[in-house]
Design a protein around this ligand. Structure first.
Ligand code: F3S
Length: 385
C-alpha cells in the first residue's frame, strides 16, 4: 500500500498511518471493523479541505463500513435553516467527494443509533469525540480519538496502528470517582462531564454510584467528558461493560459540585436560540419534544438536531409535524456547532454541556444550560425561567 501499488489515495493514507504508528510506538497495523469520519462541515474544512478530499476521491474507495459526522447544513432542507447558496454549494461538493469514496453520507455524530454499531472488543477508527467515548465506554469497542484525516486513512486502507486505546494496558482506570449527587437528566450528566474534565483532565475514571443512566444520559456524558477533559474512555460500574482494576486513588463528586458546574455553564441572558440534540437526538427525545411543543408556538429560533433516519421515523410518526407546526425546526445532517452561525444569535439555550462549550468558544454566544422542559419553556416565552 505504501509503495503505491493500490493507487494514490491508499498510498497517502498508509503514509499517514505509518507516521502515526511510528510516533506512538505501534508494533503493527490491525484491521478495523468500521470508521466514523469527522471534519465534514465546510465551515471547518474550507477550500483546502475540499481540495484534499476531491484529490483522495479520484481513486480512493473505503474498505470497511464508514459513516460521516454532521455537515454544516441539512443536506436537503438547508434553506429553511438560513444557509446561503454559496455555502450550500461547497458543502454539497464536500459530501459528494465522501460519497465518491463509498462513505455513507449519514452525517450524524450518533452512528451507533443508525446502523454503525460495533461489537464489544471490536477495533474501530472513529473520530467524533463523543462517539469515541461512547464506543469505548458504553459499547466496549476499541478506538483512539482519531483526527478526520487519520480516520479517513483507516477507511481507505481498512487498518489502524495498534497503540493507545487498542491495548488492554491502556484501558485501565486511574481514579475511582464516587458519585454523591443526584443525576437526573442530560444536563446533569453534562455537568458531571464538566466536573470530571476539570478535576481529572484525561485520566480514565472508574465511576461508582450512578443509579440510572439511559442512552440519552450516556451520550450526553460521553460528549461532555470528552469535551472538557479529553479522555476517550470511562468505566461506569454496573452500566458499561468494561473491565478494569479498581484504582486506589479516589475522589467524590457532590451535589455542590454539580450545582456549581451548572452555574458556571449559565450566563445571564434570555435565549434567542434554542438547540437540542447534541449529540443528535434519539427518536425518544424527539417524541418528548414534540409533545412539549404540540399545539403551541415558539417565539425564538429552535433547532432539534437529528440524523436523517431518525428524522424519517419522526416524519412517519407525526412528531415532525407537531414540532414544525410550532415554528421549531427539525434539523437533519447538521448541528448548531458545525453550522455557520457565528453572529446570528446572542444567547443559546440547550441541555448539552458540549454545545455550551462550542457555543461560547466558536459561535461567541452567551449560554443557558437546563432541562429539555426549561429549554422548551424558553422557546415558548423568549425568557429563561
Ligand atoms: Fe454532535 Fe454537533 Fe454535538 S456534532 S456531539 S451535535 S456538537
Amino acid at each position: 500500500m505504501l509503495d503505491g501499488k493500490y493507487g494514490n489515495a491508499v498510498k497517502k493514507s498508509m503514509a499517514i498511518l505509518c507516521a502515526l504508528g511510528e510516533i506512538y510506538g505501534a508494533d503493527k497495523l490491525i484491521p478495523v471493523g468500521s470508521v466514523q469520519v469527522a471534519g465534514v462541515s465546510y465551515d471547518n474544512l474550507g477550500d483546502a479541505g475540499l481540495d484534499y478530499l476531491t484529490d483522495l476521491a479520484k481513486d480512493g474507495k473505503v474498505k470497511v463500513m464508514t459513516t460521516l459526522n454532521p455537515a454544516g447544513m441539512d443536506l436537503l432542507e438547508w434553506k429553511k435553516l438560513g444557509i446561503s447558496d454559496e455555502f450550500a454549494k461547497k458543502q454539497l461538493a464536500v459530501v459528494d467527494a465522501f460519497r465518491a469514496m463509498g462513505i455513507v453520507a449519514s452525517c450524524t455524530c450518533t452512528p451507533y443509533l443508525i446502523g454503525n454499531l460495533p461489537r464489544f472488543g471490536e477495533h474501530i477508527a472513529w473520530s467524533e469525540s463523543s462517539a469515541v467515548a461512547f464506543a469505548n465506554s458504553v459499547i466496549g469497542a476499541r478506538t483512539n480519538r482519531e483526527g478526520g484525516p487519520s480516520a479517513l486513512a483507516s477507511a481507505l486502507t481498512g487498518r489502524t496502528p495498534n497503540y493507545g486505546m487498542h491495548l488492554d494496558a491502556n484501558r485501565q482506570a486511574k481514579i475511582t470517582v464516587n458519585i454523591k449527587a443526584k443525576l437526573l437528566g442530560q444536563e446533569d450528566f453534562g455537568a458531571l462531564g464538566y466536573v470530571l474534565g476539570n478535576k481529572i483532565k484525561d485520566a480514565i475514571p472508574l465511576i461508582k454510584g450512578v443509579k440510572f443512566a439511559g442512552i440519552e444520559e450516556l451520550k450526553s456524558f460521553s460528549a461532555s467528558i470528552a469535551t472538557y477533559g479529553g479522555t476517550a474512555l470511562f468505566h461506569m460500574k454496573g452500566i458499561t461493560p468494561n473491565r478494569t482494576k479498581t484504582p486506589k486513588e479516589s475522589m467524590a463528586v457532590t451535589q455542590e459540585d454539580i450545582d456549581s458546574a451548572k452555574k458556571a455553564l449559565n450566563d445571564d441572558c434570555d435565549p434567542d436560540f434554542v438547540s437540542l440534540g447534541c449529540p443528535h437526538a434519539t427518536l425518544g427525545e424527539v417524541e418528548r419534544i414534540s409533545e412539549l411543543l404540540s399545539g403551541k408556538k415558539v417565539k425564538v429560533e429552535v433547532w432539534i438536531a437529528v440524523s436523517r433516519p431518525i428524522k424519517q421515523l419522526a416524519d412517519s410518526m407525526g412528531f415532525t409535524k407537531k414540532i414544525e407546526d410550532s415554528g421549531a425546526k427539525l434539523a437533519s445532517d447538521t448541528c448548531m456547532v458545525v453550522s455557520p452561525l457565528k453572529g446570528r444569535f446572542k444567547c443559546l439555550a440547550t441541555n448539552s454541556a458540549k454545545a455550551i462549550y462550542y457555543a461560547r468558544g466558536k459561535q461567541k454566544f452567551k449560554v443557558r444550560l437546563g432541562s429539555v422542559e426549561q429549554c422548551i419553556d424558553a422557546a415558548l416565552t423568549g425568557k429563561w425561567a
